[in-house]
Write a protein that binds this ligand. Sequence first.
Ligand code: MN
Length: 518
Amino acid sequence: MSADGRRRARPHALDKRAHDPLIHTMTALDVRSARKDQLIAGETGDWEVIVGLEVHAQVTSKAKLFSGASAEYGGSPNTHVSLVDAAMPGMLPVINKFCVEQAVRTGLGLKAQINARSRFDRKNYFYPDLPQGYQISQFQHPIVGEGEVEIEADGEAVTIRIERLHLEQDAGKSIHDLSPSETFVDLNRAGVALMEIVSRPDMRSSKEAGAYFNKLRSIVRALGTCDGNMEEGSMRADVNVSVRRAGTKEWGTRCEIKNVNSVRFMAQAIEYEARRQIEILEGGGTIDQETRLFDPDKGETRTMRSKEDAHDYRYFPDPDLLPLVLEKKWIEEIRASLPELPDAKKKRFEDAYGLSPYDAGVLAGDADSAAYFETVANGRDAKLAANWVTQEVFGALNKAGLDLAQSPVSAAQLGALIDLIKDGTINGKIAKDVFAKMMETGDDPGAIVEREGLKQVTDSGAILKAIDDLIAANPDKIEDLKKNPKAFGWWVGQVMKATGGKANPAAVNALLKQKLPI
Ligand code: MN
């Protein structure tokens, strides 16, 4: 990248395909209709819901977009603030090259057009947490143009088109709940780099919207361009919702639901909003284009303000910043350094490890899960490894409310447990008990097996002794078995019980078949 320092540069001769991001849902071509099962039944017929998402993803970077202040989350109020962020008179923004690189990397991960020339504009509005009085954003000439994201919804592959990705500054934060009569402002977040990723209105249900958001999250996490931490607000979505009668092509008026920060809330907001609009339209009313807020406590959306249009912001090129000019060679270097992305990883997990599409999708969708699984599967039965990770590990972590990164059982320890099953040291049932103890204590499986005497009994003498004792004590059960061969299961269970669950199940079955009258 180089800022174009030539005075004769003509900022207006930029990418001609760029267009107004705020009117995209009105002009976009409609390429698909909702499936039958996605339609919403109204009083007067079926309706289609149309969803487009504008996702704000915070760029993973040490410093802010136009200043050297820390971009780290948290910190005491107003400690991560440079004179630029505080908009002191005469301060000048300087573009952070790494943030630009992250945006390019994300664009490449979204299979998008990278615009060699882009430009920063001022989006003017007044708010106490915006000391400049404008946000530096990219309006007509974003750094990334059209791309696409593949999602899967109800087993069907759907392509969601990306319209653009642009870089912009985040605002600060107004704090209203520290004092009954005053509002405080914390500028730590002011100036932090955001990527606004705008989709086309290609989603036809809350499920598709959720799948798209999750896919986007897994892509940026794999790329290392955004941590996807939704509790810290690193990813949040503005959700555009409109409805139209099934089978029609005309766009309905949309409402935008601001700053939704969880997939669950997004689904609730879309469903509430679609029904609200259907009710109004069926009652003969019209939808006002407006910005709404979702209230998670009430599960409803409500008016925030009537929707502003692009011209309300008086966008104009920021005179403090030159157009951003990227060198082709630099873009290609970034392309060459891209990591394996979730779609490619999923395919490799299916091909190389023989996993089901479902397991492959679950494991490849998250970088931590994928790395954990591959460590366990290395040199071992991959399907068995996948089962242990997706069922036992994820199940136990879920129950304990922990992330994989906080797992008491490391991938190496889980691998060692699977080795103990494979070499016959313990059976599968005991392995689950050992795993539960590993989750509790974080100890190695070998140490637990040793300490608690859980080694599998393969010695046929010990198993035969248990069988003989059972036969002697249960003559009536022998008679039962002659009439009902299904009673065999009872004998297997009793021998396992008599050996503390440690007997080799295959040996128990074989020896019982020799000894019993079946
Ligand atoms: Mn924005």
